[in-house]
Design a protein around this ligand. Sequence first.
Ligand code: S3P
Length: 438
Amino acid sequence: MLRVPAEAAIVRPAARVSGSVRVPGDKSISHRYALMAALADGSSTIRGYSSGADCAATLKCLDALGVAIRRTPDAGVAIDGRGVRGLAAPATTLDAANSGTTLRLLAGVLAAHPFSTCIGGDTSLERRPMRRVIEPLTLMGARVDSANGRPPLTVHGTSLRGIVHQPAVPSAQVKSAVLLAGLQAEGRTAVIEPAPTRDHTERALEAFGAHVERNGEQVTIQGGQRLRGRDLHVPGDLSGAVFWLVLAAGTSSGEVEITDVGLNPSRTAVLDVIRRAGARVSTTVEREEAGEPIGTVRVAHRELSGFSIEPGEVPALIDEIPALAALGAMMQPGSRMCVRGAAELRVKESDRITALAKGLRALGADVVEFSDGFDVHARPITGGTVDAADDHRLAMAFAIAATAGAAPTVITGAGAVDVSYPGFFGELARLTGSGDPR
Ligand code: S3P
């Protein structure tokens, strides 16, 4: 008998994988649409808004900043904009929960508002580095107090001036925080990235009517522009879809289709890696909404071979590395998957290098850890008990690898999936033809 702790899931070996899936709305895009709708003139409606706890945290913070938000009958969100620099001082500390995007992007927004706001979060968020946003916002004129460079942050907003910022690490959150501050600053603000990162902020600013100049790795915004409220649709989250793509790729005869999913080229590098590992991957872009390409992805199992993720590829697939590590563990025993240049993984929702190594070892794989990456040497997956380390992407990665186990696996802390993918375990049961493990 397996004893199952509360908040745990049991994942049983899967003999078959097939089906079509509509994944929750994209987390990155949902945050941006909500923030920009709040800063816009007029109302916006957002259909397909992410059902995850991270994006709910953004709405709750905006509510505390005086923004009127209603749920629409089709599970969307309607937001009455307050205009650029129009948010109201909150009565209490804001809670970004587990969401780094909420905290960093809101810090950029609030830096331009003439009041002080304290923003905190859960214990995982309190470990995450914030100097990367504090420094540019300070150069723009704001004052930001922190607990030694970590949350909670107190943002003392003011009238900002534009800067040219060259972040030391590629980060879409940092770029976005600075651009959102720049929108509300005097003069021009430019961000020159060390490597390209997801460009949803640039596309969303344009969709809300602002002009953004893009020149290679440089993005520039002129302060003082207004945003116009509008109706939007959030495509499915490719970073959530990837778990099903890996499940199909790693299971004999596996096949899945993901519909209505975001296919922004700054997010699709993971598909090249799954293809490189040997699976058949096809994509069809069907339409574009608010500048975001949307379509269908299909993946079918083929015999897999070892694969590497090079340092230069990492910024474009940083969130997909847990899923790709699961794929590494599901390969033919004796194959190797490796990744380097990924030290940023250590400052995500968990230290994803150490926690992935520990979890995949518990499932039977042989994992060698490096300061900036790891190697997975595939061995037969035994199954076992594995801890999600309070990290939604690790809970999902371990669940996928566990489907290839010889015996059932208990995942403790499996409730973390709700951060980005409520309903994940029900969908896993449907695609594998087994009972819901929660
Ligand atoms: C995100 C950017 C990435 C990513 C995170 C979402 C965003 O973080 O890991 O899940 O929405 O901008 P970094 O900017 O810290 O790389």
